[in-house]
Design a protein around this ligand. Structure first.
Ligand code: ZN
Length: 401
């Protein structure tokens, strides 16, 4: 396929229906984008590699015992040294440990979270799931390549802005370029997600941001149009998931306590919208399931659904019991913090209302719904990159002229 210049713009967490607040974007072709179940950490590798989480295996920030030595393995030597489980103490301890020591070993975009809820006695068993930054060589492994690596290996002239610190993801800090001579331009906008978490996406603040974003896209699109003419370049604008206003907050610790179970005695990891458990025996497993059943907003991922939802499945690494909440509900005390101030959330089931991201192009879109792996495949096709990995890609080229 012939190589074409590509302008691609990513904005985190923009809902499909937010397009009504973006006049320029709505003048182009657009379809909703189906996300994957789980937090952003599992969405990004899908859109950068063209494969689902069951292949790239980035399921969550932490896994249980991936390697012999995890970042907290040294705590095994002091089994009784940390008898406390105060969330504030743990938040501070894990924050500074990550800041001063962990960052030297691994620097994933998503960071490490604050382990404020998992009792310290369990920390020696956990390991990081994502070791490298998206654009580093072998981000996933030798076999699965990212668009960043492919563009570099093919000596394409490219410009990526806003994907690194400082000012990571802020709309106003993007360093734009004149398109002449570039094969691939990529602008990364994370602010859309932050504004949504803070105010909800369809608040006055959220809508005002969408308007600014629309203006930005229009401006950069026009530069390409001027340089290459309307038919001379491929344009992609997409998001990784939607955003749903929070209506219910669930404190799992309190809930389990009220049902006669001390959750601190169970190995578990809680994300904003999901909870993973590693029960130590069948009795504990039955008890966890009994309590979780009482939370009407929580659903257990059944065995067959792992395949259906393309989720990474290894009960040892990712938990034997994996629950998710319905749209609008969140857990408090998660690895992202206490969670009381957040107004909107993502990380829900792909079918949850409001959880669709969006996919926009100046090309004809062949399907009525895009997926995260489609973003990768369509873009590398536009760029004319020949890439035939040994592992089969999950994405499709969904645009045509
Ligand atoms: Zn996101």
């Amino acid at each position: 396929m012939k190589k074409r210049p590509v302008l691609s713009i990513f904005a985190d967490g923009v809902r499909y229906d937010s397009i009504k607040y973006m006049p320029f974007v709505s003048s182009l072709n657009s379809v909703p984008l189906e996300t994957v179940l789980g937090y952003s950490i599992t969405c990004h590798p899908s859109m950068y590699t063209g494969v689902y989480p069951d292949k790239h295996k980035i399921a969550f920030h932490w896994v249980k015992g991936k390697k012999e030595k995890g970042p907290y393995t040294f705590l095994s030597y002091f089994p009784d040294f940390f008898p406390f489980s105060n969330p504030y103490v743990q938040a501070v301890a894990s924050h500074f440990y990550a800041k001063f020591f962990l960052k030297k070993k691994a620097s994933p975009f998503m960071g490490y979270g604050k382990l404020l809820n998992l009792p310290m006695k369990y920390w020696n068993h956990i390991d990081i799931n994502e070791f490298k930054y998206w654009d580093e060589d072998n981000y996933i492994n030798n076999e699965i390549k990212t668009i960043f690596e492919l563009v570099r290996k093919n000596n394409y002239s490219h410009h990526i802005s806003n994907m690194h610190k400082p000012n990571l993801g802020r709309l106003h800090s993007i360093k734009t370029v004149q398109p002449k001579g570039y094969d691939w331009v990529y602008y990364f906008i994370g602010e859309s997600d932050h504004v949504s978490h803070e105010y909800t996406q369809h608040s006055d603040e959220g809508i005002a941001f969408l308007a600014k974003l629309d203006e930005f896209i229009k401006e950069e699109y026009s530069k390409f149009e001027k340089e290459y003419s309307t038919d001379g370049f491929d344009f992609y604008f997409w998001s990784d998931h939607g955003h749903i206003a929070i209506e219910k907050r669930i404190d799992l610790y309190e809930f389990f306590r009220n049902n006669g179970v001390n959750l601190k005695n169970v190995f578990h990891l809680v994300d904003s919208t999901t909870a993973r458990f590693w029960p130590k025996n069948e009795t504990q497993k039955a008890k966890i399931m009994e309590v979780m059943k009482k939370i009407s907003e929580a659903s257990l991922v059944e065995d067959y659904e792992y395949e259906l939802l393309h989720l990474a499945k290894d009960s040892n690494l990712y938990g034997e019991l994996f629950y998710y909440l319905e749209g609008g509900a969140v857990f408090l005390y998660t690895i992202h913090g206490f969670g009381n101030d957040v107004k909107s959330m993502h990380g829900y089931h792909p079918d949850a209302t409001g959880n669709d991201g969006l996919f926009v192009s100046n090309r004809h879109i062949k399907y009525n719904k895009a997926t995260l792996p489609d973003v990768f495949v369509s873009k590398i096709k536009s760029l004319g990159i020949d890439y035939e990995p040994t592992i089969s890609l999950d994405g499709r080229n969904i645009v045509s002229r």
